[in-house]
Design a protein around this ligand. Sequence first.
Ligand SMILES: [Zn+2]
Length: 203
Amino acid sequence: MNPVDLLSEMIALEAAAPTHSLRHRQGYNDLLGFGFFRETGAISAVVCAECSDPHTAQIKFEDSTYGYYCPELCFVELARERMNTVTPNLPFLIGQLADAFDCKRRKATPVYGETWRIGSVSTDQGDIVLCFLPRLSDEDDARQLADALSREVHAPSRLVVSAEGQLPISIAMTVTLNELVEMSPRNGCLIPQFDLCTLGDVP
Ligand SMILES: [Zn+2]
């Protein structure tokens, strides 16, 4: 499995995930080591699945032990390793994508909402602006994207990269992150798997 698949899965989740649930996934250590994941510290609540009526509970620290109160089971202990979470490091990913495609006009913060401009790439057919949105799965995502791009300088060609979903849209070409790049296990650099020049006259 390509580590970029795991990265995409985590981005599409849009939530921090407990370290222990990822530790054995292929590519996890590389993604963490190279900086694509960052540790986000302790979680503050859990879903109790130990009793007959699943519920959420705040985590407490009592008598040197982490745990939470369950109406049925009283105090339920949690192993310390279950406390740590990781989340995708989007600013880092955007920078790495910009490096991979040697982008000009980079932007290190979102354009608007969750839409990022990775930068623009010069090709024989003219400049292509690369954008990123975590998910492009439904009309809401498409609206968010259109709203964000309307705040940008008009670009003749745009390619929108998303971790999940490839809803056809009229304002840009789309590609998923794992189609666009692979990660080098040697140094963590992203390697283009997609020739932007083949896009031709993109909308
Ligand atoms: Zn419970």
